[in-house]
Design a protein around this ligand. Structure first.
Ligand SMILES: Cc1ncc(COP(=O)(O)O)c(C=O)c1O
Length: 474
């Protein structure tokens, strides 16, 4: 029989905290009848967010075109959804059950190119767009392609989204951590970046790329134009490619912030020598269509023969799922003014974004009112990375520990805390150590996706729990 020891060690070593032990315990407790508030993962529709009507109308029609042949069936659909389903099926007469071109259906890639071009006012080539099963697969494709050997390294933000660390472990590259600056709205800091890369080089690591997540997961921070400029100059100086993870580009709540894509800033700077891979997805934004696995990446400043290799890589798994590709089309080409479903689209979109904005505030302000706990009020994305303080444990001298012992000790402390929070309150969050954190600090990440009533309850339960937990340690 196959045993654990027969499996690839890289798989055994990979860690993915967002769906780790604490979540499994939450599922056990739920099966026993306890109410669980799931704040561990950015999965909006699992937390009662409704899908947008036009998306589901068009998808239903393209999945089952017979509906288009019968006037009675059509009564339940908006006229523009019917028109669009017909248009899509004209583009792919074979329907959604057939493989597409490896890079994706051409008219969808053109729509993605038009979307980026309109968003950023820059030229975009549809042949440099690859449609993927969510952003994750695009990120993994790029990391796979860039890692030539075990000593190639990728700069990863700390805290980070664990897709990056787990994929690096799977593919065998080196992780070069750079800390985000918690004291400066979690922006990237040039000195920290330089120190990290120089240290990696001294350790014979060959840095090949930098990952930037904007807006940030788990930090909820939105990068400024100048910060992005600094990162582009840094990448140029060290000959790095940039992986710009922009899946939360529609999730911005702080009116003083604006989303700037790396493509736009690079275009403005006229930097054509820095390779750029930009990722987007339908899982986030106001769509929350995580289950459709819809996404794309755009490649800039790379030669034709390199592009061909990326398309070949995609062709090895034939193509991304075709319903997801159509969903991506619907994301980048939503109803327009004059369309019958436009008013409903705007209403649904605004309701979701306004609700998230309110919940970001309820969570942020609530957490900041708890003694010994703090977070940035999320400017964007769907998360807060909450810092909490615990009294030192008697008999423990951190100064006598090596840095790896200390890391382990702190990881156990924040995991124990999150587990106790779950057992006592039913709130399921992810320990900060799953994303990485500065030594000497403790965090957990929570989403603000649960319904508003639950968010208020969540803050008051966390307050009560935290004060008790600290008291018991004293
Ligand atoms: C920063 C970031 N990138 C990528 C992803 C993956 O998204 P997708 O569902 O498109 O694969 C997530 C999901 O939470 C994320 O937070």
């Amino acid at each position: 029989m196959i045993q654990i020891k027969d499996l690839n060690k890289k798989l055994l070593d990979a860690q993915y905290a967002v769906r780790g032990k604490i979540v499994m315990r939450a599922q056990e407790l739920e099966a026993e009848g306890k109410k669980i508030i799931y704040c561990n993962i950015g999965n909006p529709q699992a937390l009662k967010q409704k899908p947008l009507t036009y998306v589901r109308e068009v998808l239903s029609l393209v999945e089952y075109p017979k509906l288009l042949e019968n006037a009675d069936f059509q009564k339940g659909f908006h006229a523009d959804s019917i028109r669009r389903a017909k248009y899509i099926l004209e583009q792919i007469p074979e329907g959604v059950g057939a493989y597409s071109q490896s890079a994706g259906i051409p008219f969808v890639r053109q729509a993605v190119a038009d979307f980026i071009s309109k968003r950023d006012n820059i030229p975009v080539d549809k042949d440099r767009i690859i449609l993927t099963d969510g952003a994750s697969k695009g990120v993994q494709a790029v990391l796979f392609a860039l890692l030539k050997n075990e000593n190639d390294g990728i700069l990863i933000p700390i805290p980070q989204y664990p897709l990056y660390s787990a994929t690096l472990t799977l593919y065998g590259g080196k992780q070069i951590d750079y800390y985000l600056d918690e004291n400066n709205h979690w922006l990237l800091n040039e000195q920290i970046l330089t120190e990290s890369i120089e240290k990696a080089k001294q350790n014979s690591i060959n840095p090949v790329a930098i990952v930037v997540i904007n807006p940030g997961n788990p930090t909820g921070a939105v990068l400024s134009y100048d910060n992005i400029k600094m990162i582009i100059n840094f990448a140029e100086r060290y000959n790095l490619s940039i992986l710009a993870d922009e899946v939360y580009q529609e999730n911005i709540y702080d009116e003083s912030c604006k989303f700037y894509s790396f493509a736009k800033v690079m275009y403005d700077m006229n930097k054509t020598s820095v390779p750029l891979f930009s990722f987007h997805s339908m899982s986030k934004g106001y769509y929350g269509e995580c289950g459709h696995r819809a996404g794309y990446f755009e490649l800039r400043h790379i030669p034709e023969d390199v592009l061909e290799q990326f398309i070949k890589l995609q062709s090895i798994s034939l193509c991304s799922n075709v319903v997801g590709q159509i969903a991506t089309y619907l994301m980048v080409a939503p109803p327009q003014e004059g369309d019958e479903s436009y008013a409903l689209f705007v209403k649904e979109k605004n309701a979701i974004l306004n609700d998230l904005k309110e919940k970001a505030k309820i969570l942020g302000e609530g957490i900041n009112s708890i003694p010994g706990m703090s977070c940035e009020i999320p400017q964007g994305a769907m998360y807060a990375f909450v810092k909490f303080e615990l009294p030192e444990e008697k008999g423990i001298d951190l100064n006598k520990m090596s840095s790896s012992e200390r890391k382990k000790y702190e990881a156990k402390r924040d995991s124990d805390y999150c587990l106790a929070l779950l057992e006592e309150t039913g709130i399921c969050v992810v320990p900060g150590s799953g994303f990485g954190q500065l030594p000497g600090t403790l965090h957990f990440r929570t989403t603000f996706l649960p319904p508003k009533e639950d968010m208020e309850e969540l803050v008051s339960k966390i307050r009560k729990f935290h004060l008790n937990y600290v008291e018991k340690l004293k």
